[in-house]
Design a protein around this ligand. Sequence first.
Ligand SMILES: [Fe+2]
Ligand SMILES: [Fe+2]
Length: 496
Amino acid sequence: MESAIQSQKEAHRSEEAMDSEVSKLGSNLITKFHVLIRISQIYDSKNVALQQFIQESLHAMNTFIQRKGNLCLKIVADDIFLNEQRLRYSVESFNSFKYLLTQWKKRLIGEVLYKEVLDEDTLREFIYILMGLEEGREENATLFNEKLREHHISSIEVGPLEVSEREEGAYTLEKENSQEVAKKVFFETIGTVKEVITHIKGKQHADMRKLKRLVRKAVNLIMEDEMILLGMTTIKNYDEYTFNHSVNVAIYSLGMGRRLGFSRGILSELGITAMLHDIGKSKIPLEILNKPAALNDEEWGLMKKHPLMGVEIVLNLKQLGEVNPKMVIGIFDHHLQNNLSGYPKLFSKRRMSLFGRIIQIADAYDAMTTPRIYKKIPYTPEQTLAILLKERDTRFDSTLLKMFIGLVGVYPIGSLVLLDTHEMGIVFKTNPDPQNIDRPQVILVERDVEGRGRMELMDLAETDSGGRYRRNVVKTLDPNKYHIDIGKYFLRKRED
Ligand SMILES: [Fe+2]
Ligand SMILES: [Fe+2]
């Protein structure tokens, strides 16, 4: 019995390893491909400048083909599948994914199969035939295959975009809406935070202007519709906790700042402070940050220094402009507690700064709702709020905590709820009416006849002709138990 379980476990582990191998190779391939297509738009096919990019793509593709026998890229809805496996968006590859999806969908190409290892000329022809296709022409896939044969290429086969995907294809071509902008700002900001932190670590020049520019964009989005960016905080399936966490903390902080009536200028300062709140951790060895077991006294002592180390780093960042005292104190304060029992220890008692109090709540909420190496199954949003509420006054500023709950809702955005209609819903938008704080808008988790997830939005404040609510929340559910990837619902378009 035990050995059966053991071998099952091993099979599972090797499956996981394979999945992650495909994902890694896939992300690399998509990024390389993206660059190559872009470059091909600038130069003609004979240009030598192209050579290096063709080689890089070829290397990525052929490595894969040699390992797996072939390489098949297929578009299903807004996803790219590599040999039957859905590729995850990663921070760095998000723009490449988006670009490839758009270009293929425009040309109604949905699938490409590379049957054997390719050479330079074959890939070159392939790219130029692809990009030369007229947009929106029904026969593109057939034409594509014919052209490949004309060039004596039999190792590549192309398939059309499936009819059911075309509507969504048309969607992608629409003018960008706020949700698209939010997605872009979110991913770009994570990428930039990563760049800044990596550069600071390597003692290189960190481009703070770019970060400032993105924060200003985030501020504009929050002013326009706070819910859109808040939804992004549910996307937690990255390996890169630190960068994802920094951006989420900034989003929650901006949401609170907006409700406090901060000006755009102050909001930008708050956003930057929140993004850099854990910058001091860049000086702590990864073995300590990612240690699965409890920290020993010495490690914990070092960990407690990160707010102070953060202050030191920020004071040395010359191009941040005038480093604002509010920002410095905000970073210093983010692990102090309301009763000043946190860290660092203060020499003289004073009240925690407002930036510090805001970031502290956002920080605790995001950390608890995100899976970590030492806590693989995180708390649900509802459990987290209950824990935070227990510590109001001692640890948190209770007025700000109340405001935070108003922001994320009684059923916070991203909660999975069971409705009295036996449907499951994901909280998408909280209800702005304080009387109806328990009646958010939810996305119904359901599948159509083909088994594809639908994105139907329901307003739980909706009543029937008799004035009765059509749907009520019965209880919240743990999405981990139902294997539901909540973040995915916030990346997709809704049918409304
Ligand atoms: Fe921290
Ligand atoms: Fe943090």
